[in-house]
Design a protein around this ligand. Structure first.
Ligand code: AMP
Length: 350
């Protein structure tokens, strides 16, 4: 158990790290952020900041030596350099390795009995044509690595599209398009002893590949599929001997839950837990990695809606402060670029 006054290392300096750092402070810990970018909204609310590239071995080992435990808020941290600080890291970086490559991730989940959308690795135009012929169109071509919020994705409507597309200079994967009734996520926390708790699954709506809203109650289409999705998430967490918060995203389909992707971290679709659950995902991640008892994950509201503030949405959001039981979170980012997550609002009905 890490005693109060201990230091938590945070790889990545974004809003997820910021919200975790605020919970860490509540529990009496210091946070040391490590990120390559100068602007870090997590470092703004933390005690220490190392601004250095992921590949700076000395900076990374010096940072870890100053921390009692190191975690991450950004899932594309390169895994290679982390070998040097392996003994400090929770969760174990094998979770990052699996989640960073869409192909590896889908094969891993399939081996555990999960059902992803039909997929094929694509490294050439011939492979793409063969994949579209076998799986069918429409489908989505995605880069295997570094894609998020709909980036690195191309919709393929027909074989003709596949012939015309110029492949990116990176390995890709072709996925059949899933017809779904709803999207949802399973968010769990697992402690060092292997105990697992789940939060309620919200219904998630995406716009332009970016999460727009997460709501509860999630509706019958989602709730009917939560149990098998949780069973898979539990298997994933156990297989990785995972410690902390883990998220799996699903499509609810007529044939049952189809696995979309996993995030080995706290997740945007769990931001509602700050006000809507007895213990938030951020606090429970800190509790799990510090060896503290896990908090109750029960929902404490009859209705919840979390809405992301994207780009300029954030500029006028202060007007919502006049609403009862509406909770505004702004991440302190300096530039409201299109498609950038600037904050979120959670509206609660008790
Ligand atoms: P991803 O970054 O892979 O989670 O994709 C972002 C969003 O695009 C998802 O949440 C879905 O709304 C949509 N999407 C991605 N892959 C598929 C698919 N195979 N079939 C249908 N919709 C998809």
């Amino acid at each position: 158990m890490i005693a109060p006054g201990g230091t938590i290392g945070m790889l990545g300096g974004g809003q997820l790290g910021r919200m975790m750092a605020m919970c860490a402070a509540q529990l009496g810990y210091h946070v040391h952020v490590y990120a390559p970018e100068r602007e870090s909204v997590a470092a703004e609310v933390s005690q220490h900041f190392t601004c250095a590239p992921w590949t700076d071995h000395d900076a990374l080992t010096g940072f870890a030596a100053a921390c009692d435990v190191v975690t991450w808020e950004f899932e594309n941290v390169p895994v290679g350099p982390l070998a040097a600080i392996d003994d400090h890291l929770l969760p174990h970086p094998r979770a990052l390795e699996t989640a960073q490559d869409r192909l590896k991730e889908k094969r891993f989940v399939e081996a555990l009995g999960g059902t992803p959308a039909p997929f094929a690795p694509v490294d050439s135009q011939e492979e793409l044509l063969a994949a579209v012929e076998r799986i069918g169109a429409p489908g989505i071509l995605k880069t295997r690595r570094d894609g998020y919020d709909g980036k690195g994705q191309w919709r393929i409507g027909s074989l003709k599209d596949a012939e015309a597309i110029r492949l990116p200079q990176a390995p890709t994967i072709y996925e059949g398009f899933v017809t779904f009734e709803a999207e949802f996520s399973v968010i769990l926390v697992r402690n060092r002893e292997g105990a697992i708790r789940f939060w309620d699954s919200t219904r998630n709506v995406h716009e332009d590949g970016i999460l727009a809203t997460s709501t509860l109650p999630a509706g019958e289409a989602v709730t009917a599929q939560v149990e098998p999705a949780r069973a898979l998430a539990r298997q994933v967490a156990d297989a990785l001997d995972y410690v902390g918060v883990l998220t799996l995203e699903f499509f609810a389909t007529e044939a049952g839950p189809v696995f979309n992707e996993m995030a080995p971290r706290v997740h945007n679709s769990g931001h509602w837990t700050i006000e809507g659950a007895a213990t938030s995902q951020f606090e429970n991640h800190i509790r799990a990695i510090c060896g503290l008892p896990l908090g109750d994950t029960r929902t404490v509201a009859s209705k919840v809606e979390m809405r992301n503030l994207i780009g300029e949405d954030a500029l006028t959001a202060q007007t919502t402060l006049a609403e009862a039981d509406s909770h505004l979170h702004l991440y302190g980012k300096s530039e409201a670029r299109a498609g950038r997550k600037m904050g979120h609002i959670t509206r609660i009905t008790r």
